[in-house]
Design a protein around this ligand. Structure first.
Ligand SMILES: [Zn+2]
Length: 816
């Protein structure tokens, strides 16, 4: 037996060499979960059949855990050579069989494997998630995306557990020594990071829809919430599979498609045929439109990965951005085209794209595509640029070549590369051939340059500029022209423009009251229409006929606020006017969120109460409209200070436990903490995770002891689960209005953020991101800048620090 040292991070060069040397035929993996009922041991035996192109050569297999035994072609390997999570292999034959037995006891931190115990009924559940290199923690494998292989799983589990993997179980047998043996059908050729084993006494729902067998699973204590939402989830799944199957000209090739909702999980993971989700999306009170729409996007995002990611996989992690940007793009596309959430693109502009613009204007900006020298850097630039600007660039590409051509290119890409690996160049070649255009210039200017272009209308000339003063990107966009009428701003027409270089003359632009640049939001750019149009845009944004264009107006105002061209008060005038009448639910929630940020974070302390009161008025006025009621009440619960608003909230919260928690949090943040009421609500709330709400209420209190207790729970005890609970808890802690109390904690964040480790890269990134301070002083900015420039911070921490510095320096300027 050998205890392994710190695992090495596979470099791109090592991966390239190994892929040149070997090819993997199949993995036969036996996993034994039976000791996880009471203990921490995950046992596995991985039998790997692989070929070697240069017999006699040497390489290594990845295995992070305790290696119990290993044989290569029936010869015992010397386990004293095992180091850094690698087992050296020498004297390879043309055809090889490697058999490694290992045990993983790190099953409590969420790094690739998590054993969790439901706080209510004490039932045990186990999940795995491997992106980018977690599979090596579960069993021995060649853990890199371009060594794809068939996986055959045999899993032993306690009698009462259900085991879920990428394919359906072929047989389930009783074992003589206790428990059951689940033997799964072979997978197609898959990368090591998209296979999965989840297990536990799950609640199961299964339906046949559109030729597929769809499964939904959750822990027993949440089954009421899954059952409430199952019809919607089944419908979205069916709609998505039909949409992508048609658009990609390739139906999902497996009948079974499962979605498993598990505790303490960050986000969702696109395991082939068996997507794993955080069960915080099974909302404990009826979800809002925004929560349902977002969950639909996640569902479609993971589903798009079945094609783009799982069937055709990036060769190396330097295309991870493309993997994610494509899936996010595809989710908005499918959502708007094939589901009830038809305002998905407007919602994207109001939410994700706004975050991308903001990051892209500061020092945390980077080109969409970046080098990834080793796996440790795979998630380093995983941020709003990767996901959302990347998504916007792909949407712009579709506008640039037309949807029809884009689809034609995608179809040949999937046809040519299914079950294999590909790179960005392969995708651009496929789309370029369909468009009969060379896209090399487009690719370089959109993907290798940081920052956002600005497009301004001066007279009848469009002027484009790039942030570094170089050649701006080509943009395909529309300029809409509108007249003011009694009924609102009336669209008279639009020009379709393709810019090239800095100057584009709009010779056909008729006289109009408003020229709307980037009408329909086709491109990613900071737009400034000419002065008289700008006044109309800001003052009459609610009168624009389409939600996406009202979002262009509010987005422009936010861009101007962030750049110091518009005051917070003027921004609030614009967004609150839109919010007073906005009907599209996909933008109402993100606009309420922007207005709240402007009022409580971007305003000087003396103006915060007055501005929150204005927001509260608008929210209260919309609380009677069924489509907007929940979003309005949630906003009111962040902003309320007057008795009449609390009365409205208390009445609404009588039969709404979620709202009751929100109102209690607001009162606590104002210094009105009521411990007896917390205890009473905790007893009334059927949610097994309700204790987290009580922690949030406590964390919101404007007292030092409350912040200290919350800090310990979050940073030291690590007892706030990953996924939605993390940002929810952080938001309770960081109440911007408690500025004086919180500044020392902002400094404390800098003291401790460099030491945080463990629990997996995604969870770590989530902690660092969501716990980033929302207020600070000038000294904090200096310290954070210095820390971000120092050598010894992890890449993910550096990015978050840079975003924090940029955002908070703009906030401080707006407050002054
Ligand atoms: Zn993804």
């Amino acid at each position: 037996m050998t205890d392994l040292g710190a695992p090495a991070s596979l470099s791109q060069d090592e991966a390239r060499d190994r892929a040149a040397l070997i090819a993997v035929d199949r993995y036969d993996i036996r996993v034994d979960l039976r000791e996880l009922v009471d203990g921490d041991r995950w046992l596995a035996t991985s039998s790997i059949a692989f070929t070697c192109r240069k017999p006699g050569a040497a390489t290594f297999v990845d295995c992070v855990g305790e290696v119990l035994s290993a044989t290569l072609n029936d010869v015992e390997l010397d386990l004293s050579t095992v180091a850094d999570g690698r087992i050296p292999l020498s004297g390879l034959a043309a055809e090889n069989l490697l058999v490694v037995s290992s045990v993983q006891t790190d099953t409590a931190s969420g790094d690739a494997i998590l054993r969790s115990v439901d706080p209510q009924d004490k039932l045990v559940y186990v999940w795995s998630t491997f992106e980018p290199d977690g599979a090596r923690r579960a069993w021995a494998c060649f853990d890199q995306p371009d060594l794809k292989a068939v996986h055959g799983f045999q899993v032993s589990a306690p009698q009462e557990w259900t085991v879920l993997s990428n394919t359906g179980p072929e047989t389930v047998l009783d074992r003589d020594d206790g428990g059951r043996l689940w033997i799964f059908e072979d997978t197609p050729r898959l990368s090591t990071y998209v296979v999965v084993v989840n297990a536990g006494p799950f609640h199961e729902l299964r339906e046949e829809r559109g030729g597929h067998s769809l499964g939904l699973y959750c822990r027993q204590s949440l089954k009421a919430y899954l059952e409430r939402d199952a019809e919607e989830l089944f419908t979205l799944t069916e709609q998505g599979l039909a949409f992508f199957g048609e658009r990609f000209d390739m139906p999902f090739p497996q009948a079974r498609y499962d979605q498993v909702f598990v505790p303490d999980f960050g986000g969702a993971m696109e395991n082939w045929g068996c997507v794993t989700w955080t069960d915080s999306v099974l909302h404990r009170s009826p979800p809002t439109y925004g929560q349902r729409a977002y969950r639909g996007l996640v569902l479609l995002h993971e589903m798009a990965h079945m094609w783009f990611g799982d069937l055709v996989t990036m060769r190396w992690w330097d295309d991870l951005w493309l993997n994610e940007a494509f899936a996010s793009f595809a989710s908005s596309w499918a959502s708007a085209s094939a589901t009830e959430y038809t305002d998905a693109w407007a919602a994207f502009l109001a939410e994700g794209q706004t975050l991308a613009y903001q990051q892209d204007m500061g020092p945390a900006s980077h080109p969409i595509r970046t080098a990834v020298p080793d796996v440790g850097h795979a998630f380093a630039s995983f941020d709003a640029i990767t996901y959302f600007k990347g998504q916007a660039a792909l949407a712009q590409l579709m506008a640039y070549v037309s949807e029809e051509t884009f689809v034609e290119g995608l179809r040949s890409y999937f046809r040519d590369h299914a079950f294999g690996n590909a790179e960005l160049g392969d995708l651009m070649t496929a789309i370029g051939e369909a468009a009969d255009q060379d896209l090399a210039g487009w690719t370089t200017s959109w993907l290798d340059q940081a920052g956002t272009d600005t497009i301004s209308l001066v007279g009848t000339t469009l002027l484009a500029s790039s942030p570094d003063g170089g050649e701006p990107r080509p943009h395909a966009l529309r300029v809409g022209y509108y007249d003011r009428t009694e009924a609102g701003l009336e669209r008279r027409g639009e020009l379709h423009v393709q810019t090239a270089g800095t100057t584009t003359y709009l010779t056909d632009l008729p006289v109009a009251d408003l020229y709307l640049l980037n009408d329909g939001d086709l491109t990613f750019a900071s737009v400034r229409t000419e002065e008289s149009s700008l006044q109309v845009l800001l003052a009459e944004a609610p009168r624009l006929p389409e939600a996406v264009n009202r979002a262009v107006a509010v987005g422009t105002a936010w861009d101007m606020l962030a750049k110091g061209e518009l005051s917070t008060g003027d921004f609030l005038d614009c967004v609150l006017a839109v919010l007073a009448t906005e009907q599209s639910p996909g933008v109402v929630e993100p606009f309420f969120a922007l207005a709240l940020r402007a009022a409580e974070q971007w305003s000087p302390a003396v103006l915060i109460p007055r501005r929150l009161a204005r927001l509260a008025e608008v929210a209260a006025a919309r609380a009677d409209e069924p489509d907007h009621r929940t979003a309005a009440l949630h906003t009111l619960a962040w902003a309320a200070s007057q008795a009449e608003h609390f009365a409205l909230l208390d009445a609404a919260a009588e039969d709404d436990v979620d709202l009751a928690w929100r109102v209690m949090m607001r009162r606590a943040s104002l210094g009105r903490y009521d411990e007896a009421a917390v205890t009473e609500l905790l007893a009334r709330d059927p949610d097994p995770d309700a204790y987290l709400r009580a922690w949030g209420v406590s964390a919101a209190r404007p007292v030092e002891e409350a912040k200290a207790e919350a800090w310990d729970r979050f940073w030291h005890e690590r007892s706030v689960p990953a996924g939605a609970p993390t940002p929810a808890f952080a938001r309770c802690f960081w109440r911007p209005v408690q500025h004086d109390l919180l500044v020392p904690w902002a400094h404390r964040y800098l003291d401790e953020v460099t030491d945080v480790s463990g629990g997996g890269l995604l969870a770590l990134g989530g902690m660092v991101r969501h716990m980033r301070p929302t207020t600070c002083d000038e000294a904090w900015l200096d310290r954070a800048r210095e820390l971000a420039d120092s050598e010894d911070v992890q890449p993910v921490v550096r990015t978050e620090l840079k975003i924090g510095v940029d955002t908070l320096s703009r906030v401080l300027r707006a407050r002054s």
